[in-house]
Design a protein around this ligand. Structure first.
Ligand code: NAD
Ligand code: UFG
Length: 337
């Protein structure tokens, strides 16, 4: 028996990937310090699948705790989600972001090398494309970071590429996520942000459930279809399936590769808000506000490389996204608490 180790497995994307992996017949270990999650998400994944997850509380900066996992369990591959992801916070606390996101990955790889486990899937972000103007964006788009969070993802990509070049027994898939949204269709697991949400979808669901008075739409004067920002929203269940496909790819087509995980479709903020209200028959009061500093007008993925090499593409529709986001929020108005 061998395991797939998920660092940050209790988080939003990690818990949905744990669900997908268990359903694909894999054995899963989660290693998480619960700084932005709780073990409740993993308990619910166990309930949904009838299978158990080995749950270890630990920090990726703690090499002894990491080594203890590899010493105890036969791990065949690691999916590395653990990290910090708030762009604004990263500008206030850059050292913490670099230490956790870059330093944590280096420590993880050192421990993996020590135990001869050299198969890794890494959570990167479309933020590495900066303010690229020419969507759809293929993986060959020049990369540039706009803030310490983005820089930490880009630096980590470079570290991983250099590592694989130095030792071709490493197999590494870098996954550049576009905008993850939605929740498992059961409504049992979903995104549970701390405090005021930074991202659009959790803000909309909290307005709809009455926790916040209204949504502020940041900018209605962008050069886009309706003046609001355009993004590539990807259902988290599709994203989780992308990880299952990427893990398989490590074994069938080894080496280093980067993949966009997105739908290939750009949707505006107003597209999302109006469809959310219509499908779910709920009110989402909103007001136009100033542009949010650092926001790009419009970007979306060219996902054709993942389709060709991973045999993966998104399946869920915008209606699935808004329905499942609302299903999670209304059944869990206070998240996992
Ligand atoms: P999340 O915060 O829900 O999950 C991250 C998990 O890592 C949490 O469970 C947290 O407790 C854990 N963690 C944080 N620091 C840790 C540490 N030092 N040691 C061990 N565990 C630690 O975030 P998510 O949305 O699931 O994101 C997962 C990954 O995907 C992150 O690396 C993030 O940067 C990346 N990503 C997310 C998005 C997005 O919009 N959600 C977009 C692009 C990339
Ligand atoms: N928006 C609003 N009001 C809000 C929140 C967001 O109008 O209250 C708008 C934004 O201006 C943007 C769109 O909704 O046009 C999406 O914003 P999000 O904050 O949900 O997502 P971003 O595209 O800004 O960023 C996300 C992640 C980053 C990641 C990036 C690329 O938050 O971590 O996608 O993957 F780097």
């Amino acid at each position: 028996m061998s395991y797939v180790l998920l660092t940050g497995g209790a988080g939003y994307i990690g818990s949905h990937t744990a669900l997908a992996l268990l359903r694909a017949g894999e054995q899963v270990i989660s290693f998480d310090n619960y700084s932005n999650s709780s073990p409740e998400s993993l308990k619910r994944v166990e309930q949904l699948t009838g299978k158990s997850i080995i749950k270890i509380e630990g920090d990726v900066l703690d090499v002894e705790a990491l080594a203890a996992v590899f010493a105890q369990y036969p791990v065949k591959a690691v999916v590395h989600f653990a990290g910090l992801k708030a762009v604004g916070e990263s500008t206030q606390k850059p050292l913490w972001y670099y230490e956790t996101n870059v330093g944590g990955t280096i420590k993880l790889c050192q421990v993996m090398a020590k135990f001869g486990v050299k198969n890794l899937v890494f959570s990167s972000s479309a933020t590495v494309y900066g303010d690229a103007q020419n969507s759809p964006l293929p993986e060959t788009t020049p990369t540039v970071a706009m803030n310490p969070y983005g820089q930490s993802k880009l630096m980590t990509e470079w570290v991983l590429q250099d590592l694989q070049h130095s030792d071709n027994s490493w197999n590494i898939a870098v996954l550049r996520y576009f905008n993850p949204v939605g929740a498992d269709e059961s409504g049992r697991i979903g995104e549970d942000p701390n405090g005021i949400p930074n991202n659009l979808m959790p803000f909309i669901t909290q307005v709809a459930v009455g926790k916040r008075a209204e949504l502020q739409i940041f900018g209605n004067d962008y050069p886009t279809v309706d003046g609001t920002g355009v993004r590539d929203y990807i259902h988290v269940t599709d994203l989780a399936a992308g990880h299952v496909a990427a893990l398989q790819h490590l074994f069938t087509d080894p080496g280093f590769d980067s993949f966009n995980l997105g739908s290939g479709e750009g949707l505006s903020v107003l597209d999302i808000v109006t469809r959310f209200a219509a499908v779910n028959q709920v009110e989402v009061p909103y007001q136009f506000a100033a542009r949010r500093p650092g926001d790009v007008a419009r970007y979306f993925a060219d996902p054709s490389k993942a389709k060709t090499l991973l045999n993966w593409q998104t399946e869920k529709t915008l209606d699935d996204i808004v329905r499942d986001s609302w299903n999670w929020q209304k059944n869990n108005p206070n998240g996992y608490n």
